[in-house]
Design a protein around this ligand. Structure first.
Ligand code: IVH
Length: 684
């Protein structure tokens, strides 16, 4: 029995109609998580299996047809926020019928008219993009969106080294479609950096590429190092009678077309291509998740035609993620810096894609319940596009079918494994948390680590090991203790010695120059991240002012919601925190920004009294940076064009409605460069 086989209807206790409805809702939600949030919570395989099951049910019950069913539509990656210009595809952007079974591939090939040539290619696992060229110039780069309309991410695509911005000898109008990817190496480096900065990690390169392409700041996109492969050409009166010829041509024009492309004459050649790349793909710099087979001849493609969702002339064979069965020996629990308790699966070690796996995260209580697993179960561990192995299910007992969410007798722990405090679970949150912020060791150590980290007080030499050492010796308990450390205390530690003791003290001394906004971030108030801290510090220029701020005053600050405001008020209501602050102040840590205020006044207020509207995308600075600059230089930001608008700062792809309105009101439109000239801002 396959792990993801859905239960027969009579066993699931649902009618066909109920099951169809449930599957439609579940798949629609997964589509949203995958395409919009770039954070799926279901494996590709499980998604595909459920989609197939839904297709089967719908075929059996045509009376329940619904044009809005996920089986009838491609998933949508259109951002909910209006951050990129929306563009209608000239040709709908379809998906491909897919299968995990080699037999089905053979069937598909055999059912084609005799003598048909098939092109075999790699299926790249990134996100699809449509590049529009007009008179040889790249004018739009549109994401798949919902298949009908997508986001124009042109500025971001222009940062990809291999994508030509100008093509010589190409037809008037040309469209090339392909996949944007983040190479494994870049993905790993990015995650490493995010781990250091305590930002959430990307589960796989596909999500990382998708998150990157939706960034507003093209310079950051450029730094991440995306890459691209093109696999489909569209347009009118294009040269070439076959797909293969067109790909050759695209390569000659300078487009990045993969070398892994083969014309196959029969099913054996197709199967040999699949077998070869099944292993060889592991040596590629980018993620692939299968093989795409396309009828080569374009006239034959026409004849075969399309379904609502995909062409009949192509099919994707997907490689199964590598999966192993092993014993779940024990579930242990880890307490993080913020008190969140994460369950961890301790496994009988097992070899998977070349590495030994013995631990895997179980995320939270709900995840464990959904899988219906408990200690002593045999579980499946999978490593697909993801670097981190994950548990995807348990081996079903032959007699009893496994039901999702069944009661296994498993109970999440009730008390903190580190300090014994009773755990709490806030309504609406998935995590259990240890509420003992004051004396739970990992929370204390975590707060110390956060305080000294690079983006906070930047105290080099005090790494997590040294902190743990000093904590265990009773020398460090709260962040204020850092400023009472003495040279002899440090030097007396085995691993430290005099030289490093001196360096640490010097770094501590240096941290007294760190500006107030970063000190505020360093304090580690729940949910007050780097950017929020900056905004708060700008409004409240000293800790004395912030300490008395009301919830209303706080929520008036951009980005500060109810929850953050409550956390801040609660922080200052705790006398232990006030004591720490007094000690930090006495040690000379910056708790105000009078200096900054003076500096800011020195900025020439060249935009004084001007109301400015920002539109489009920019290349030198991000939109937010421009908004900040406008304020710093005395101007006012506004969201819509009116008679009161002094000028529009227009980037690429300014919205046509805004442009029209500006013209009708006679409002001046200035470019990014003109703006920078105006404020004489040094471009870094
Ligand atoms: S052809 C009309 N070729 O897979 C057919 N797609 O599941 C257009 N993909 O949306 C697609 N590698 O994002 C094609 N060599 C390849 C591909 C490929 C990856 C993606 C593409 C498509 C998805 C379908």
């Amino acid at each position: 029995m396959d792990l993801f086989d859905s239960l027969p209807i009579e066993q699931s206790g649902m009618t066909a109609e109920q099951e169809i409805k449930a599957l439609r809702a579940e798949l629609a939600e997964q589509n949203y998580k995958y395409y919009v949030l770039s954070a799926p919570t279901m494996s590709d395989r499980e998604f595909d299996e459920k989609m197939h099951h839904l297709q089967e049910l719908e075929a059996k019950h045509p009376e329940l047809y619904d044009a809005n069913s996920p089986t009838q539509k491609v998933g949508s990656d259109i951002s909910k926020i209006d951050s990129f210009p929306r563009i209608r595809h000239r040709y709908p952007m379809l998906s491909l019928a897919n299968t995990y079974s080699r037999e089905e591939v053979e069937d598909w090939v055999r059912k084609l008219p005799p003598g048909v040539e098939i092109v075999a290619e790699l299926k790249y696992d990134g996100l699809s993009i449509s590049l529009w060229y007009e008179k040889g110039i790249l004018v739009h780069a549109v994401t798949r969106g919902d298949g009908t309309e997508g986001d124009d991410v042109l500025q971001n695509i222009k940062t990809i080294a291999g994508v030509p911005q100008v093509v010589n000898g190409a037809p008037e109008r040309l469209e090339l479609r392909g996949e944007v990817l983040l190479p494994w190496e870049r993905f790993e480096a990015l995650n490493k950096q995010r781990e250091e900065q305590e930002e959430p990690l990307f589960a796989n390169p596909r999500n990382a590429a998708s998150g990157t392409l939706k960034l507003q700041d093209s310079r950051e996109v450029a730094r991440r190092g995306l890459t691209c492969y093109l696999y489909y050409m569209l347009g009118e009166q294009l040269p070439g009678k076959t797909h293969y010829e067109r790909m050759e041509l695209a390569r000659q024009w300078g487009f990045p077309v993969s070398e892994a492309i083969r014309v196959c004459k029969d099913v054996d050649e197709v199967m040999a291509f699949i077998a070869y790349w099944d292993t060889e793909r592991k040596n590629l710099p980018v993620a692939t998740d299968g093989i795409v087979l396309k009828v080569n001849n374009l006239a034959e493609q026409e004849e075969l035609g399309y379904t609502a969702k995909s062409p009949r002339w192509a099919i994707a064979y997907k490689f199964a993620a590598e999966r192993q069965l092993t014993l779940l020996k024990q579930i242990t629990y880890q307490v993080g810096r913020t008190g969140v308790v994460t369950p961890v699966a301790n496994l009988e070690p097992v070899q998977l894609s070349g590495t030994m796996v013995q631990r895997a995260t179980l995320h939270n209580e709900d995840f464990i319940r959904q899988l219906g697993i408990t200690e002593g179960d045999e579980v499946y561990v999978e490593k697909g596009g993801e670097i981190i192995p994950k548990i995807v299910g348990k081996r079903p007992t032959p007699t009893l079918p496994h039901r999702e969410g069944e009661n296994t007798g498993y109970r999440f722990i009730t008390h903190c494994p580190e300090c014994g405090t009773e755990l709490v679970r806030v309504e609406g949150e998935a995590a259990w948390r240890c509420p003992n912020e004051v004396s739970c060791p990992p929370q204390l150590k975590g707060r110390l680590e956060h305080f000294v980290s690079r983006k906070a007080m930047n105290i080099e030499g005090l790494g997590s090991e040294t902190i743990a050492l000093l904590y265990d010796k009773g020398l460090l308990h709260s962040i204020a203790d850092i400023y009472s450390l003495r040279a002899e205390d440090l030097a007396a530690q085995e691993r430290l010695g005099e030289k490093s003791a001196q360096n640490i003290l010097q770094a501590i001394e240096g941290s007294k120059q760190v500006p107030w906004s970063r000190v505020l971030f360093a304090l580690g108030i729940r949910m007050v991240g780097e950017t929020t801290a900056k905004k708060i510090a700008k409004r409240f220029r000293s800790i004395d002012a912030l300490q008395w701020a009301s919830k209303d005053e706080l929520t008036a600050i951009e980005d500060v919601g109810e929850q953050i405001a409550e956390n801040i008020v609660a922080y200052f209501a705790d006398i232990r925190n006030l004591e720490i602050i007094t000690r930090l102040q006495a040690a000379g840590v910056q708790m105000s920004s009078e200096q900054l205020a003076d500096e800011q006044l020195a900025v020439p207020q060249v935009l004084e009294g001007k109301t400015i509207v920002i539109s489009g995308t920019f290349s030198e600075h991000s939109r937010d940076e421009y908004k900040q600059m406008i304020e710093d230089y005395g101007g006012k930001n506004s969201g819509s064009v009116s008679k009161k608008t002094d000028f529009i700062l227009a980037g690429e792809n300014m919205g046509p409605a805004k442009l029209e309105k500006a013209q009708s009101l006679g409002v001046q439109v200035i470019s990014e460069q003109e703006f920078l000239e105006m404020i004489k801002q040094e471009i870094q």
